[in-house]
Write a protein that binds this ligand. Structure first.
Ligand SMILES: NC(=O)c1ccc[n+]([C@@H]2O[C@H](COP(=O)([O-])OP(=O)(O)OC[C@H]3O[C@@H](n4cnc5c(N)ncnc54)[C@H](OP(=O)(O)O)[C@@H]3O)[C@@H](O)[C@H]2O)c1
Length: 298
């Protein structure tokens, strides 16, 4: 009974955007935040201020082991070496501890040095974007999780308390899971910026361009959610209007190469994932792209 009432303890290694956001939310939920470690103490101090609790550390020290749960929220490339360092630091003391990282592209295997010492290891990746400017709402946020049974139990508890939803990943191809997030987040951003710049070449001010595009994108996302992908599909390709596509290709040839390359690639992807006859549409697209290139050269 006594242990059930004791607050859970968590330490954080990697005091950036995700570490701060999760640390703050867990602190609000009554978790006891122990060590907050980063490479520089100023980052760790800023994180402790943002979280509202914790002990700033300029490296992962033995103090991390005072918590039962350790969250590794460093960049992906540092997780393996952090796990090795922590293993060296704690040795057999890792037995019974739980270590989770938040990478979307790496699974829990990267924490093997800690698992070998008896720690329960796993990963919990929030399918959400964390910027320095604001903390996203984690309610209903999907977290992809993998790891040992004991690690999954703790991850599920954390996620449930934060109002999120845990989805167990097969672990077979986690990087593909993460690539899906890139399509839905970073590449949407790149497309919005490219669209904004195209409008700016046609006399729009940046804010006007953003105001013109955002309702379009928001309505598309609403339609995607409410009526489904196929019913939401509009634009020249949905109507089989290849002459408009040809005009687009000729126009985009006047800009930096990335615009036209992206347009062609996204047209082919549209054919692949939306068209009733993907092969036929792909052939039509190739024909139009060739014709537009030849016409442009003349
Ligand atoms: N940002 C997102 O939208 C998002 C979303 C979901 C998942 N994730 C995942 O969450 C993890 C963290 O991402 P993030 O965006 O929060 O990164 P971030 O903002 O760049 O923060 C990473 C922090 O880790 C610290 N760090 C780097 N190497 C370290 C080391 N060897 N030991 C201790 N601390 C170290 C850095 O500290 P210093 O400043 O002191 O160098 C930095 O504060 C990544 O695995 C990422 O893939 C990110």
């Amino acid at each position: 009974m006594l242990t059930q009432r004791m607050p859970e303890t968590v330490s954080i290694v990697g005091a950036g955007r995700v570490g701060r956001a999760l640390g703050r939310r867990l602190h609000e939920l009554g978790w006891h935040v122990g060590g907050v470690a980063s490479r520089s103490v100023s980052t760790a101090r800023a994180a402790v201020r943002a979280i509202g609790a914790g002990q700033p550390l300029d490296s992962a020290t033995h103090q991390i082991l005072n918590s039962r749960v350790v969250l590794i929220t460093t960049p992906d490339g540092a997780i393996e070496s952090v796990a090795k360092n922590l293993a060296h630091l704690g040795g057999k003391e890792w037995s019974g501890k739980v270590v989770l990282h938040t990478s979307g592209s790496l699974d829990s295997c990267v924490l093997r040095p800690l698992a070998h010492l008896g720690a329960a290891t796993g990963s919990m990746h929030p399918m959400q974007t964390f910027s320095n400017q604001n903390v996203p709402d984690l309610a209903k946020c999907i977290f992809g999780i993998d790891g040992s049974a004991a690690a999954l139990q703790v991850a599920r508890k954390m996620i449930h308390q934060m109002g999120g939803v845990a989805v167990r990943l097969s672990g077979a191809n986690k990087a593909a899971y993460h690539a899906a997030g890139s399509f839905a987040c970073v590449y949407v951003l790149a497309l919005m910026e490219a669209a904004t710049r195209l409008l700016m070449t046609q006399g729009f001010k940046r804010r006007q361009a953003m105001r013109a595009l955002l309702p379009l994108t928001r309505q598309t996302l609403d339609n995607f959610e409410s009526v489904g992908t196929l019913a939401a599909w509009t634009g020249p390709l949905s109507r089989g209007d290849f002459s408009t596509v040809e005009r687009h290709v000729k126009a985009l040839a006047d800009f930096e190469p990335g615009y036209l390359e992206a347009y062609k690639t996204l047209s082919r992807l549209t054919a692949e994932v939306l068209a009733a006859q993907p092969g036929a549409m792909a052939k039509d697209l190739d024909r139009v792209f060739r014709a537009a290139t030849v016409a442009k050269r003349k």
